[in-house]
Design a protein around this ligand. Structure first.
Ligand SMILES: [Ca+2]
Ligand SMILES: [Ca+2]
Length: 67
């Protein structure tokens, strides 16, 4: 995934457009992507990318997650 695609995906998941992805947006995003497995587990896994522990994923953290 290149930078443009990453940004597009980020914007898609960031439904309120505040530039950060919170847990609710993450869960909705996973649902929209048709994530298999346990949603809560997927979200928990994704939040390990929250490097500064502020409870939301900014674009840098999101990028790290998908690398
Ligand atoms: Ca948001
Ligand atoms: Ca963060």
């Amino acid at each position: 995934m290149n930078e443009t695609e990453l940004r597009a995906l980020f914007d898609e998941i960031d439904t309120d457009g505040d530039g950060r992805i919170n847990i609710v947006e993450l869960a909705e995003g996973f649902k929209a992507e048709g994530a298999r497995g346990h949603l809560a587990e997927e979200v928990k896994k994704a939040m390990t990318a929250d490097a500064n522990h502020d409870g939301v994923l900014d674009f840098d953290e999101f990028r790290t997650l998908l690398k």
